[in-house]
Write a protein that binds this ligand. Sequence first.
Ligand SMILES: O=C(O)c1ccccc1NCC(=O)[C@H](O)[C@H](O)COP(=O)(O)O
Length: 227
Amino acid sequence: MALTIKICGLRTPETLDVAIESGADQVGFVFFPPSPRSLGLEAARLLGARAQGRAQKVALTVDASNDAIAAIVAALKPDMLQLHGNETPERVAVVRSRFGLPVMKALPIATRADLSPIREFDKVADRLLFDARAPQDATRPGGLGKTFDWTLLAGLKTGVPYMLSGGLDAGNVAEALRITRAPGVDVSSGVERAPGEKDPDRIRAFIRAARAADAALDEKVSAKVGP
Ligand SMILES: O=C(O)c1ccccc1NCC(=O)[C@H](O)[C@H](O)COP(=O)(O)O
């Protein structure tokens, strides 16, 4: 399976280069001031130019206005918009048509009931991202380094591709893929040495572990299917 790997919350040219050179398919940039990973527009412009044509750029916002998204799009020139707040399916459709970019909608997951919005969102979004539901007192809706019960996604069929997210790292991504067979994985905290401080070695280790797990699962499937 062609696994899509996203490294999110990148903030420096050095770690951006490590993610891209290690084989990340997507590089995510956060635009949410309470986050330790949040970027300003000038940094977005510089990092966006550095990543141009080397990986898919994903701009992450939380319940942002059209004007705010327009400024981010002008600076970063993203390939995809990730909406990580309480955006409704109608809002997703408006953003998608207004900016002419694919939209990935993040859905918070804690229990099986949290899967029910999928049927509405996969009609309007291009991709879904399943993240651990943030605790009530959290200062942000994502990037918290917390996992959820991956068995909730076992055998899940969605109308659009999805990414598994939330508390992943090089040590657990193989198990997460074995349980879910997710077509994409996304990580932020698990490749950091401190909140907002990406660690090159952890980035490399995560991508290596995810690629190896994906290859092993492919081998298992083809062994079952036979020549
Ligand atoms: O990363 C953040 O700081 C953040 C802030 C506000 C909304 C979303 C945020 N991150 C979204 C992501 O796509 C993260 O990669 C995802 O939540 C997984 O994070 P982690 O559990 O730290 O790997």
